[in-house]
Ligand binder design. Structure first.
Ligand SMILES: [Zn+2]
Ligand SMILES: [Zn+2]
Ligand SMILES: [Zn+2]
Length: 253
């Protein structure tokens, strides 16, 4: 299983429009962050988690020629609003895109992309919707365990796929849900900035979760320009933690 970080930024991305901070002016490519998403590929199946506003460019950058499904964490715009661009895959693959999300998120997709469900209008995105609850689901050969997270007061989903777990936009995880992360070897978790934030883990809270789960390797994602410069904050982390950056990939056996 190969994992690729398509984007690792918070909702505004980095650079932020009109911002003059060090991170936004940095010419280190690791300081340029599109909206958060990962791609997971096996020999015969490829899917992404979330399709934010940068989805089109992410597919072009990674030279993706086919895509089997999109699995959603939640309905915020930085996670769904590139959905219209799946039309390219509809055209090439001659079939609807398979979308997996919990009922509230599917409802939100139906209302925000109402035109996609109008079969009488030509050229609209073709979507096939599948409901995710808290039970394990199957995508290709992979078994995926949803993990319930809180994003302030919004219940959202993270996912455990074998040795890998992807947690984004969390600000709280119940102990019973943390149990589902036991034995994770590769943990991806959101870390917005150093200061506390009401709706996302800050760096300290992300590191605390990593310490509890104790994966072989942890990656930070959904990072804000307020975190500062990659070359500075990446030096201050425990040995098994690296801040992810766009385009980074790794294999999970
Ligand atoms: Zn987000
Ligand atoms: Zn900035
Ligand atoms: Zn969010």
């Amino acid at each position: 299983m190969k994992i690729t970080f398509l984007g690792t930024g918070t909702s505004q991305g980095i650079p932020v429009i009109g911002c003059n901070c060090d991170a936004c002016r940095s010419d280190d490519p690791r300081d340029k962050r599109l909206r958060s998403s990962i791609m997971i590929c096996t020999d015969n199946y490829r899917f992404v988690i979330d399709s934010g506003p940068d989805f089109r460019y992410q597919m072009l950058r990674e030279n993706v020629k086919s895509l089997d499904a999109i699995l959603y964490t939640h309905e915020h715009r930085d996670h769904i609003a590139g959905l219209d661009d799946i039309r390219a895959f509809n055209w090439v693959q001659k079939r609807a895109m398979e979308l997996y999300a919990e009922p509230r998120v599917l409802k939100e997709i139906k209302s925000k992309f109402l035109y996609a469900f109008d079969n009488s209008y030509p050229g609209v995105p073709k979507l096939s919707l599948h409901t995710v609850n808290e039970q394990e689901i199957k995508l290709g050969d992979m078994s995926i365990q949803p993990i319930r997270l809180l994003h302030y007061n919004l219940p959202i989903l993270g996912y455990r796929i074998g040795k890998l777990a992807y947690i984004t936009d969390a600000s709280f995880i119940e102990e019973t849900e943390k149990k589902k992360l036991e034995g994770t070897e590769y943990l991806i978790v959101n870390a917005l900035r150093k200061e506390k934030h009401p709706t996302h883990f800050n760096l300290e809270e992300a590191l605390q979760l990593i310490d509890e789960i104790n994966p072989r390797q942890a990656f930070l994602t959904h990072i804000s320009h307020q975190m500062g410069l990659y070359r500075e904050y990446s030096r201050e982390l425990p040995a098994n933690v690296i801040p992810a950056y766009d385009g980074l990939s790794f294999n999970v056996d």
